[in-house]
Design a protein around this ligand. Structure first.
Ligand code: ADP
Ligand code: MG
Length: 370
């Protein structure tokens, strides 16, 4: 599972040396994540079921004895430069500046850094490259400035960065999944209490992540629209804001007069329930049931929550048409990106071949297994 580690770090090291002209003194990394089931349930304080991937974002860095951060990232044309506590950063550096801002708000004093980044987490594909860069940045400052911050606190600070600095109203799923579990671990997380349980993946199971290569774009604001719709549901039902939707009941959707909000509520209730059922299915090694829940989840995201898109729908159809595929679903915030499927390990090559023959614009991205 860790085969990418050395490669990522050595590429970040090489980039650092060629860009800054000296050797980096420190390193940090954070993984991308795949959400196995439970999407759009985090910001309503519900349940999610992610696994940390072996895909990683790697930082090589050193103190630069200034109040400034200069960062360069392979695959991104331009460097980013900002003052700690300075003005709002507009380019990709906002993910780093946001973390610096959240740490400073929490009372920590940070060093100025030179940073080189190399990542193999694809951006805008639902595998949480944004949380990976945030958590790798947070780990960098935690390490170099000897900050006493737990992994859970670190995730919360990164969420604050993405919510209040970058401006995405996401829940805790991504930052938690990139900060807390070990690589390859699948965890069920209660987004209210932040209690989580590691669930062992049965030995013959394999989750395969295929990228539709149709990227989502947060600027399209579909995500924000869903959050606003959730607020409208809570208001209509007299629940206490977004977090109150955790307690949605099966018959609540029917109480809403707006047909769109009814569909949204149906997804939230059913998806939340599916996480608990999926946990039981994994614990009892019931691949058939786990897969059925994944497929139900995709249909719910496609038809009720309407956060899928043509490319992931077609890709999901290609995945599910493989005879040994137990189930398949879009993963992450949606509007494009990756599809995760449950198959048996022995079927991997045949599965990938089948899917890419039917959906040639797709590409194999990652896998998770015991
Ligand atoms: P996702 O988290 O699903 O990959 P987001 O839209 O939330 O998609 O985040 C993607 C954005 O995060 C990119 O457009 C870029 O601004 C930033 N980002 C992520 N990884 C990197 C990286 N390695 N280097 C520079 N920017 C990155
Ligand atoms: Mg993101």
């Amino acid at each position: 599972m860790n085969s990418g580690t050395d490669t990522g770090l050595s590429q970040a090291n090489t980039l650092f040396e060629s860009y800054f002209g000296y050797k980096a003194s420190h390193h940090s990394q954070a993984p991308g994540r795949v959400n196995l089931i439970g999407d759009h349930t985090d910001y309503i304080d519900g349940f999610v079921f992610p696994a940390a991937l072996s895909l990683k974002t790697s930082f090589s860095f050193a103190k630069n004895n200034s109040n400034q951060v200069t960062a360069v990232s392979s695959g991104v044309g331009s460097e980013t430069v900002f003052e700690l506590n300075g003005s709002q950063v507009e380019d990709w550096g906002k993910y780093l500046a946001g973390v610096a801002w959240a740490f400073t708000e929490a009372g920590h004093t940070l060093s100025g850094l030179d940073i080189a980044i190399h990542s193999n987490v694809p951006t805008g594909s639902g595998l949480s490259s944004s949380a990976a860069i945030e958590v790798a940045a947070a780990r960098a400052w935690r390490k170099i400035d000897n900050l006493d911050i737990s992994d859970v606190e670190l995730a919360l600070l990164c969420k604050k960065a993405e919510n209040d600095y970058v401006g995405i109203p996401c829940g805790i799923l991504d930052q938690f999944a990139c900060s807390v579990p070990d690589i390859g671990q699948a965890v069920v997380l209660d987004c209210k209490s932040l209690d989580y349980e590691v669930v062992s993946i049965p030995s013959e199971w394999l989750f395969v992540v295929i990228n539709s290569n149709a990227q989502h774009n947060h600027d399209d604001s579909g995500y924000e629209t869903r959050v606003k719709e959730c607020q409208a549901i809570a208001e209509a039902l007299g629940l206490e804001g977004l977090k109150g939707l955790r307690n949605l009941q099966a018959d609540d959707a029917a109480k809403l007069s707006d047909a769109t909000l009814q569909k949204r509520a149906r997804h939230l209730f059913s998806e939340n329930a599916r996480v608990e059922l999926a946990k039981t299915a994994m614990q009892s090694a019931d691949a058939k049931h786990f897969g059925e829940l994944m497929t139900e989840s995709h249909i719910s995201l496609r038809d009720d929550y309407q956060t899928s898109a043509d490319a992931p729908d077609e890709l999901m159809d290609a995945c599910i048409s493989f005879e040994g595929c137990h189930g398949s679903r879009i993963t992450g915030g949606g509007f494009g990106g990756c599809v995760v499927s449950l198959i048996n390990k022995k079927d991997k090559d045949a599965f990938v071949k089948h899917v890419l023959a039917q959906f040639p614009q797709g590409s194999y991205e990652a896998e998770v297994s015991a």
